[in-house]
Write a protein that binds this ligand. Structure first.
Ligand SMILES: Nc1ncnc2c1ncn2[C@@H]1O[C@H](COP(=O)(O)OP(=O)(O)OP(=O)(O)O)[C@@H](O)[C@H]1O
Length: 604
């Protein structure tokens, strides 16, 4: 796979949900590269995080969910390449931004003294009350106490009032105690604050020294920021000003103003704190807090830009094509997309999803044809007539017989399998780069399932998109995927090519999943099932998340989280069994000859 281009690079991703005052961590540090034009299957039990993971990069996360950490870099050259008109009014704007930035640049001379003043203020706060660290510590402990109380309260609700009276009584008593402990701890914090404040009032010498030091620093600061800004810094500020215009150019007027204001303020603060704005990654971080940064590349004409995008076309020379543009490039980090406008360019258009139940994706009161053509019109800006022709063409492509006649039918007039073909047609009508198939065949019967899987395979060959298959059916995986990522409790615990994961699996959870394949069951023998339940995602997980259910559990599994061990260049697994010092354990007997069994079932 090393010669493949990465289309989506996910690094150390954490996704959390707010649920009635508590935090559930659904994705815990996933890092995964997804390649152009491959089919990767995401497998795991119900609740392992398959849907949340893909919804995160499809821009469909539920509103109570958020990305807590990590990055999702989407390598799409078309979207990354950015231009904005550089006419007289744009030039005036850039000049005004540059002038403001030159003003702020004076603050850079005083940054060290400014930080000293902040430190002095922090000392004063600590003297008069709590230091920033103490305040944070109290806050953290109070939150933990509150969470414990909510956990116990929730547990109490699950007890049977008739049969578990004692447990309910015990929990009620403990809840009362916890309430008292919480209040006592709050009081301890408040008393400490009061005590410090009183002591500070008894110590006028401290305050006198504070004011004296502050005044001296202020005078030094005022002197420092009087220095003249160098030509070099002014050059940098001019580039920053262009980047402000490029980074805010995609927004509507009102949002653009807000974005520009935010960026200028963020840059002012960065200069005040002495952030090195010549450093690319620091500059990115400053921009990212407001919107992602579009790096300035050059000033080019419309014609030159067109030539860059389509080198085979002749260079235009008319008047319009000579207009100037600011040309930039951005790294698309989907994890820091915080604007609906940004998601609109990606969701559906670049990353499309096909869900399990086609009826939830189709509007029952609109004809099939209208639903496809309206999407084509929206994304490809073409006339109604053209959209109709394209819709009929794509309906034919997904195997709808007589598409002209079926164009005006309603969803209820289609069978389940045909409806799923329509959903695929809608998803593909915008020619996405990535197609996520979330259990696309689970609601269909077996023969139709095979047809739909074949259809997706055929379309992928024709349109060259990447397919991400979410499924709990390993049989589907063996049939369609190039690579498999196995998810458990929000982590990728094994990833590799289909051959590696099926025939040389390394993680006991993968062994268990494979062992429960119905295709491996023998007549009259009980079908293997994994005992126990996955861990609660509300609490921190210590050690290997699978340890309590793992018949091959080692002591270390209960103590420390295993890292990803490399098996081959393409195969990795998160299990201590791969540590050089681990005892040698063979995979279960039932999956020893899985190769032959699957070959027989699927003609692989
Ligand atoms: N909106 C939400 N609020 C709170 N928790 C959520 C939300 N959406 C998902 N979760 C939780 O995140 C975890 C992962 O869910 P996810 O739907 O990704 O699982 P899955 O592997 O796709 O399972 P399934 O096959 O059942 O769809 C689960 O514990 C689920 O309860």
């Amino acid at each position: 796979m090393e010669n493949k281009k990465t289309i989506l690079s996910i690094k150390d991703l954490y996704v959390k949900f707010r649920v009635r005052g508590r935090i559930l961590t659904a994705i815990r540090g996933i890092s995964l590269d997804i390649y152009e034009n491959e089919t990767i299957a995401i497998v795991g039990e119900s609740g392992s995080g398959k849907s949340v993971f893909t919804k995160t990069f499809a821009g469909m996360l539920d509103t109570n969910g958020f990305i807590d950490q990590g990055s999702i870099i989407f390598n799409d050259e078309e979207l990354s390449d950015t231009v904005v008109a550089y006419d007289d009014s744009a030039k005036r704007l850039v000049a005004a931004f540059a002038e403001k930035l030159n003003e702020y640049s004076h603050l850079e001379f005083g940054a060290d003294i400014y930080k000293e003043m902040l430190e002095l203020d922090a000392q004063k706060r600590a003297k008069n009350g709590l230091s920033d660290e103490e305040e944070a510590e109290f806050k953290k402990n109070l939150k933990a106490m509150k969470d414990d109380r909510i956990n116990l309260f929730n547990l109490k609700q699950t007890y049977d009032p008739k049969q578990e009276k004692d447990k309910i009584k015990e929990a009620s008593a403990r809840l009362k105690e916890m309430e008292a402990e919480y209040k006592a701890y709050e009081k301890k914090r408040d008393d400490l604050k009061k005590e410090r404040k009183n002591a500070a009032e008894q110590d006028p010498e401290f305050m006198r020294q504070y004011h004296e030091k502050k005044a001296a620093l202020k005078a030094k600061y005022d002197e420092a920021i009087k220095q003249a800004v160098s030509e070099e810094t002014k050059e940098r500020n001019l580039v920053l000003a262009k980047e402000i215009l490029l980074s805010s150019g995609r927004f509507s007027l009102r949002k653009r103003r807000k974005c520009i204001k935010g960026l200028l303020e963020a840059l002012r603060k960065a200069m005040e704190m002495g952030v090195d704005l010549n450093n690319e990654s620091e500059r990115n971080q400053v921009f990212d807090a407001v919107t992602f940064r579009v790096k300035f590349l050059n000033e080019i004409t419309v014609a030159e830009h067109e030539k860059l995008l389509h080198p085979d076309q002749p260079l235009r020379t008319d008047e319009k094509s000579q207009k100037m543009l600011l040309h930039g490039y951005c790294i698309l980090n989907l994890a820091s997309f915080n604007d609906a406008t940004d998601w609109m360019q990606v969701r559906g258009a670049k990353i499309a999803t096909v869900f399990q139940d086609p009826m939830t994706s189709l509007n029952p009161i609109l004809t099939i044809g209208k639903q496809i053509s309206s999407i084509i019109m929206k994304h490809q800006h073409c006339s109604e007539n053209d959209a109709r022709l394209r819709a009929i063409e794509i309906m034919g492509k997904v195997g709808i017989p007589n598409p002209e006649q079926r164009f005006d039918d309603y969803p209820f007039q289609y069978s389940g399998g045909m409806r799923q073909r329509i959903v695929i047609a809608i998803a593909l009508s915008c020619q996405p780069k990535i197609l996520i198939c979330d259990e696309p065949t689970t609601a269909l019967d077996v023969t139709i399932q095979a047809q739909i899987l074949q259809l997706i395979k055929d379309l992928q060959k024709e349109f060259n998109f990447t397919t991400v298959f979410i499924t709990h059916d390993l049989g589907v995986v063996a049939n369609v995927a190039d690579r498999v990522a196995v998810l458990y409790a929000g982590q990728v615990i094994e990833v590799g090519t289909v051959e590696e994961v099926f025939y040389d699996p390394k993680h006991p959870y993968t062994w268990a999943l494979l062992s429960s394949l119905p295709q491996l069951a023998t007549k009259n023998a009980k079908l293997y099932s994994i005992t126990g339940t996955p861990p609660s995602l509300y609490n921190a997980i210590v050690g290997d998340a699978f340890a309590p259910r793992n018949p091959y559990c080692l002591k270390v599994d209960t103590l420390a989280e295993p890292p990803m061990f490399k098996v081959t260049d393409t195969h990795y697994a998160r299990t201590w069994l791969l540590h050089p010092d681990a005892p040698k354990v063979d995979k279960p007997e039932i999956i020893q000859d899985i190769h032959e069994k699957l070959l027989k079932t699927y003609n692989l």
